[in-house]
Write a protein that binds this ligand. Structure first.
Ligand code: SAH
Ligand code: SF4
Length: 389
């Protein structure tokens, strides 16, 4: 049996099995191997987890699958819809731990003149375009309960690592998310920007990525999967090798000197900026693709225009685009959001120096950026404020 990635750790849960692994298991039950692909397709392509609904399988096999237990290892404990179509889900796993996942419909521009009867116009009487939730949906998912990286501006970091999520739990967020999309929506993009540091949970995340992008399963495009990391250099190299550079990489940079970065992101003491930049330069990016550099602006810490200049210098030779994220204040931290005009000035400075930079606003994409913080509960067990409206 050959696995797509040579060192993929063995499947621990039925929902983690690839077609060839199902074939092996079914073979052991005395079933023909080709049924392995059928079972896999029912689960991952069609989202059917009830063996009785798997109509092309013989009754005996359906009964055996019922015994095996194909239920999702998580349930929705809270659903928080927003006006803009975004749905934040708090999901509870079997041990009671909770993480957050967010469904984010991409906004589409609507021309108000298209139907000729729009009453939306600005002061000059010209029609203004409206943005409405479209059909393409991005889901932000979590990879760990809490996080061990200890970044001082991040609620997951303050919480510390409770445990890794299994590949089944990671994938189940997407099976669940897809089942909650409407008929006109298509779940097309996944961002690993929820709770946790995905590369600290490499084996489970790698298996989840193989499952999510399997052509006989959910069949998400590898380039439509974005993995955000605080910069675990050896694991970035491993990801590059295992997925041929196809997985879209986002790097949480947030500071331009080792001293400053180490003070807000302890991982920098292990993997310095030089090491990280060298690693990014060797990442086998497909043509015309760029690495996303996430830069959370924190007032008085990294939002000076000299930081913008240093950022341009640091990223020389790295095919990069910058996402500026105004910090969402978190409980138990004195760190603050930057001033609004400071954000604009920072972005313009990068632009002037030839670096494309975008500011994530408080919806859509930026919820992805912040969704790692949403499931944070205080020590008193009460839910803290949601940083995203
Ligand atoms: N652990 C991964 C992915 C999850 S965090 C990583 O660090 O990349 C997703 C993004 O949200 C990261 O860029 C992270 O730095 C950012 N983030 C964390 N806390 C934030 C806060 N309080 N305000 C704004 N962005 C934050
Ligand atoms: Fe972990 Fe990312 Fe938060 Fe840092 S920013 S503590 S790596 S989740």
């Amino acid at each position: 049996m050959s696995l797509p990635i040579p060192e993929l750790a063995p499947a621990q849960h039925p929902l983690e099995r690839l077609p060839e692994e199902w074939a092996e298991v079914l073979g052991g039950w005395g079933e023909p191997r080709y049924r392995g692909l059928q079972v896999f397709q029912w689960i991952h392509q069609r989202g059917v987890l009830d063996p009785d609904a798997m109509t092309n399988l013989p009754k005996t096999l359906r009964a055996r699958l019922r015994e095996e237990g194909l239920g999702l290892p998580l349930t929705v404990s809270h659903l928080h819809p927003s006006n803009d179509g975004t749905r934040k889900l708090l999901v509870r796993m079997l041990d009671g731990s909770e993480v957050e996942t967010v469904l984010i419909p991409q906004l589409e521009k609507v021309d108000p003149d298209a139907d000729g009867d729009s009453d939306e116009s600005d002061e000059q009487g010209t029609a203004t375009a409206a943005w409405v939730p479209g059909t393409v949906v991005t889901q932000c998912i979590s990879s760990q309960v809490g996080c061990a990286m200890g970044c001082v501006f991040c609620a997951s970091g303050v919480m510390g690592l409770k445990r890794h999520m299994t590949a089944a739990e990671i994938v189940s967020q997407v099976l669940l998310g897809r089942s909650l999309t409407t008929e006109r929506e298509h779940l097309r993009n996944i961002v690993l920007m929820g709770m946790g540091e995905p590369l600290h949970n490499y084996d489970n995340v790698a298996r989840a990525l193989v499952l999510l992008t399997h052509p006989e399963g959910l069949a998400l495009g590898k380039r439509r999967v974005t993995l955000s990391t605080s910069g675990l250099v050896p694991q970035i190299d491993r990801l590059a090798q295992d997925f041929d550079g196809q997985v879209q990489l986002a790097i949480s940079l947030h500071a331009v000197t080792d001293e400053r970065r180490s003070s807000i992101m302890p991982i920098n003491r292990k993997h310095s900026l030089d090491d990280l930049m060298a690693c990014l330069k060797r990442y086998p990016l497909p043509k015309r693709r760029r690495i996303t550099i996430e830069y959370t602006l924190i007032r008085g810490v990294n939002d000076d225009l000299r930081d913008a200049d240093a950022l341009v210098k640091l990223l020389r030779g790295v095919p990069a685009k910058v996402n500026l994220i105004p910090m969402n204040p978190i409980a138990d931290s004195a760190l603050a959001a930057p001033r609004e005009d400071g954000v604009t000035a920072f972005r313009e400075r990068l632009f002037e120096r030839g670096l494309s930079a975008f500011v994530r606003k408080t919806r859509g994409d930026d919820i992805a950026a912040a969704c790692g913080q949403l499931a944070y509960h205080g020590d008193d067990g009460r839910r803290r404020r949601l940083p995203v409206a």
